[in-house]
Each structure stands twice: as structure tokens, then as C-alpha cells.
Design a protein around this ligand. Sequence first.
Ligand code: AMP
Length: 276
Amino acid sequence: MTDLIHTRRELAAATAAVPEVAVVMTMGALHEGHRQLMRAARERSAFVVVTIFVNPLQFGPSEDFEKYPRTLEADLEACRDEGVSVVFAPSRDEVYPGGPPQITMNAGPLGDILEGASRPGHFAGMLTVVEKLLLLTRADVAYFGEKDFQQLALIRRMVQDLELDVEIAGVPTVREPDGLALSSRNRYLSADERRSAAALSRALREGAAQGDAEAALAVAQKILDDEPGVRLDYLALTGPDLGPVPESGPARLLVAARVGSTRLIDNVPLQLTKGR
Ligand code: AMP
């Protein structure tokens, strides 16, 4: 039985006597990617909380906060299927009872690059709500997707720097058969745009198959340049923790682009080999 609750008081009551609380934070419009997170949580913990909250703080003024898909009934069904204990779907006032917060997280230098450069304030807003939801749910372990790789890195860093007593678990990206990373925003894509969007994961996959940094970027860039429906925001190669590119060993290839008016992001791991 999955309980749907809306208030922090109900949440406190539901989690009070629970020995280990596992949490999956979402903005709803749940898909197979979210469900994979729930399964990972369920595998380890008997008590799983899914939060559904479209956090206004992490949307820029010209972003899709108003039109972001809200599908609570279907979301609840998905959570029931996955054996989730509690769905916490709070109102804005429940999360921010004092109105828009004056004191928020500072995402630091890692929050200013890549997504942070394109979406000023996004990570401060994201970290602020994640920290709040970690406390409200009394999370012992929280699951996040590698799909949002910079988000995952920042949350890990916040937990480390602020010494929060919670374990953060990363879950690999779930993809469509043609490689497109599942995203709640994919439903904005027209049929033509959907075809163009496949170029993102194709570029990452073929780039990642190259052994050296230059070739990885060049191969990925060419695939993106050849797809007229894709307007590239960034293509970046970094170390595995988003730091400088290592000479060899694990690295990360990341992309963000607009397809029509929809902004999509994706990333993959890769192994760089020294010399050729
Ligand atoms: P969102 O609802 O988009 O805020 O995402 C909620 C959580 O689901 C985040 O931890 C995301 O990284 C994760 N997530 C979203 N899409 C995927 C995916 N395709 N595969 C794995 N995790 C995902």
C-alpha cells in the first residue's frame, strides 16, 4: 500500500518509527528512469519515500516551470507498482513556509560551469530543496540518476562539505532503444524533433568509443554538427568528478542542446588511453 501525503506533519509521522528511510526525489512525470531509482531503493530498503515537487527555486524566469508536466495520478500508479511506501507531494508553501527563502545553498565553483553557466542559480535552487527534503524525509540513503551528472556531483559534494548524515547513491542512466536518455521533457518533442534528439546519445556513444580526448570530442562534435535539428549549448569532456581531463583513465563526456524549444542534457562515462 502506497500512502499519498502532502504535509511535513504527515511525513514526520510516517517516518518516525522507520529504521532506514530510502528516498527518491523527483519532479514527477515519472518514467522508467525514475522507476529504476525506486527499484534500486527498494532492493536495499523496506521503506522508500518518493518525493514529487516541481521546485520553483531551480527554474530560471524564462524556463518551463509553468508548463512542466504534472501527472500525479499516473505517478502514484507507478509508485504503487514499484512498492513505494510513501509519496510525498508537498505544496510550495509546505516546502517554503516562510515564502521564498532568503538563505539558500551556494553551489560553489562546480555550480558555475556547464549547466550552471547556462542556467544561473539553478544549482543553488536545486541544492536548497535537496537539503530540505533530506531533512524532512529523515533520509538515510538517497538515490539520484547519473542522467543529471553535475547535479549528482554537487549533491555528493554538499553532503561531504556540510557533513550531512546521509548516503548518496548514483544510478546509471536509463535510455530508449535508440539511446535517447529518458527525460520528463522528452514529451515536449515533436516526431521530427524526437528523431533529431537521438543525435545527442549517438554523439556521446561514438565519442566515448574513441581512446583519446581530442578524437572523442571531434567525433561527437561532427555528429552534432551534422544534425540540423540540434542547437548545441555545450559539448564537454571532463574528469570523472567534472574536474580537468586526465591524460588516461576514467573521464566523462557531457552534452546539452536545444531540440526545437526543448533543452536536453546527457552524459556518458569513457576511458581515455594514453598515446595511440
Ligand atoms: P527529475 O524528476 O527530472 O528531477 O529527476 C528525478 C531523479 O531521476 C533525478 O535523480 C534524475 O537524475 C533521475 N533521472 C531522470 N531521468 C533519468 C534517467 N533517464 N535514468 C536514470 N535516472 C534518471
